[in-house]
Design a protein around this ligand. Structure first.
Ligand code: MTE
Length: 326
């Protein structure tokens, strides 16, 4: 059942109807300015991510400090849109399927195994993983290969914090993320749309980049199931499909791992999949994007930026032909 539906089936009013949209948005902008200003002045301020819908959802709160180094000043996507327009094929292929079907996902107990080319392999329960490093709020853009994007206040910490704990060996050149594939909880697994489990991967230096976030929450709360609870990756310079949801295993490897979308259509989905307006998907252009929540007949599409605007990752790809390594 979507979060925004009352048991009687009557939709709750959208946040912009509770409070006039301008007031609501400017208040949120003001909170953000306050947070950034306070951080600049010294201490980090507890950030209240004021989305009335997020608050009305009644989900468990997750405290985090805003990290001003990772703030996009674009308006955050309304919580309602970010949680009802999803790709999570284990729960169905329609955008509304994950919100409707992911209620069956059991996120406790949940263990995650970290293994492969590491000196200190670890198996952690999710609550220990959550406490491994201080949680930060970071506002990232995420661009889907399908031509839409969102701006989401995520909660998590850099994946590098976890990687340092397990001490990768010199052989560790890649990291593989395996996600849950359980027929009892995931009705979408019946359809052979992808090879299950959904697997993604990164090169070691990409995984160590501070932008690579291990995410546990969004909008001040724990992740809704449809957004990849209880733990997912968030890689803002890559197309959304690289950000694996509901991770159960992280493995360090010598060789580049096989990944779900690359197995399904190698010509269309490369291993790197960095956002790149100059390299079109074989079936559609990547030059522009539609920001979810900004739709309207006259709304102009936004220009897609190289690396989704995260130019700090460019050195990772120096000397590589990004048309070849798409
Ligand atoms: N992870 C798993 N396990 N299964 C999926 O189908 N879809 C990917 C990615 N991670 C997917 C997944 C795609 S295509 C996108 S665009 C993002 O999740 C969407 O994340 P969001 O729904 O939180 O916006």
């Amino acid at each position: 059942m979507p979060l925004y539906r009352r048991p009687n089936g009557i939709d709750l009013p959208f946040s912009s109807e509770i409070t006039p949209r301008e007031v609501f948005e400017s208040r949120r902008g003001f909170m953000r300015q306050l947070a950034v200003g306070a951080a600049g002045a010294g201490g980090l301020l507890e950030l209240s991510t004021g989305d009335a819908w997020a608050q009305a959802s009644g989900a468990q709160k997750l405290a985090a400090k805003a990290n001003p180094a990772y703030v996009v000043m674009d308006k955050a996507t309304p919580f309602k849109d970010a949680t009802t327009y999803n790709n999570f094929y284990e729960f169905g292929t329609e955008k509304t399927d994950p919100a409707e079907n992911a209620g069956t996902l059991k996120t406790r107990p949940w263990t995650i195994a970290i293994e492969g080319e590491v000196k200190k392999p670890l198996t952690l329960d999710i609550d220990s993983l959550l406490k491994l490093a201080p949680l930060e709020e970071r506002i990232y853009r995420l661009r889907c290969v399908e031509g839409w994007s969102m701006v989401i206040p995520w909660i998590g910490y850099s994946l590098s914090a976890l990687i340092k704990k397990v001490e990768p060996t010199g052989n560790a050149k890649y990291v593989e993320f395996t996600t849950l594939a359980d027929n009892r909880q995931m009705p979408g697994l019946r359809a052979p749309v992808l090879e299950w489990p959904y697997i993604e991967g990164l090169r070691m230096d990409e995984a160590m980049h501070p932008l690579a976030l291990l995410g546990f929450g969004m909008y001040g709360q724990v992740l809704p199931n449809q957004n990849g609870a209880p733990v997912r990756m968030v890689l803002p310079w890559k197309y959304g499909f690289k950000s694996a949801k509901s991770i159960v295993k992280i493995r360090f490897l010598k060789e580049q791992p096989r990944t779900a979308w690359n197995i399904a259509a190698a010509r269309e989905y490369g291993f790197y999949s960095n956002v790149n307006p100059d390299v079109d998907h074989p079936r559609w252009s990547q030059a522009t994007e539609r920001r979810i929540g900004e739709d309207g007949f006259f709304t102009k599409k936004r220009k897609t930026l190289m690396f989704n605007g995260y130019n700090e990752v460019a050195p990772l790809y120096a000397g590589m032909d990004l048309k070849k390594f798409f």
